[in-house]
Design a protein around this ligand. Structure first.
Ligand SMILES: Nc1ncnc2c1ncn2[C@@H]1O[C@H](COP(=O)(O)OP(=O)(O)O)[C@@H](O)[C@H]1O
Ligand SMILES: [Mg+2]
Length: 220
């Protein structure tokens, strides 16, 4: 099982929206997916209530002691991908999610405040030697803000592709209890999320295997 953690202490950057969008996109590719809500705000649980139905499963963790048992439980249940949505603080629960993740995803809007807010998260990620990528989210369709933000994030680490545009479909999908790829499958927002899931899954699978091979070689 692979574990993704959506982390950054900046509220409103898109952690919950992207967690849901990516979970549904992966599910539509036939993967067994679980969303793990590590945020008392309950955005994912409320989305799930609106959604009804069984999939993707949503599990909540309220304490750091619950994170590892939850991951073990999901792995034992045959889940292929667990996506942990965290709160907009640098709290212990978010730190534990980082420590448990194969890949940490840091959404940031193209604003200095979001980019600055990513720095403490990055420190925690480096402390645990986790892999990570930034996701530039809620980007305007044009303007130089975008390239400035992309340059700043690129200087801090890997930037996932494509950028995710500011589009109403994301908000409407959340409100309807759907993933954006279900809400407007032919839309641009859907296209971007599918492509982003492709980018992430490639890194997750290929690089995790590389890590495994490297560990194997070291062990040998
Ligand atoms: N790409 C996007 N386009 C339009 N709205 C977005 C996008 N990403 C997030 N939003 C909206 O921004 C708000 C904050 O997003 P949210 O996912 O709740 O952030 P976080 O979980 O990081 O606090 C929500 O209303 C959400 O629907
Ligand atoms: Mg949230």
């Amino acid at each position: 099982m692979y574990v993704l953690a959506l982390v950054t202490q900046k509220g409103g950057s898109g952690k919950s929206t992207l967690s849901v969008g990516l979970a549904v996109a992966a599910m539509q590719r036939g993967e067994r997916v679980a969303l793990v809500e590590a945020d008392a705000q309950g955005t994912i649980s409320k989305w799930k209530e609106r959604r009804g139905g069984v999939y993707p499963r949503v599990d909540r963790v309220a304490d750091i002691a619950e994170v590892e048992p939850m991951i073990s439980h999901l792995r034992a249940e045959g889940v292929w991908l667990a996506i942990i949505d965290t709160a907009a603080t640098n709290n212990a629960l978010a730190t534990r999610a980082i420590a448990s993740a194969d890949l940490c995803l840091i959404p940031a809007r193209p604003s200095p405040a979001d980019i600055e807010a990513a720095v403490p998260t990055l420190v925690a990620i480096r402390r645990f030697n986790r892999r990570f990528a930034f996701i530039l989210n809620q980007t305007p369709t044009r303007g130089c803000r975008l390239s400035e933000a992309a340059t700043s994030l690129n200087s801090l680490g890997v930037l996932a592709l494509p950028f995710i545009g500011q589009r109403n479909d994301h908000q409407d999908a959340l409100g309807a209890g759907l993933g954006v790829t279900e809400f407007a499958p032919e839309g641009k927002a859907s296209e971007e999320v599918v492509a982003l899931w492709g980018w992430i899954s490639e890194r997750l699978i290929v690089e995790s295997n590389d890590h495994g091979q490297a560990a194997l070689k070291t062990a040998c």
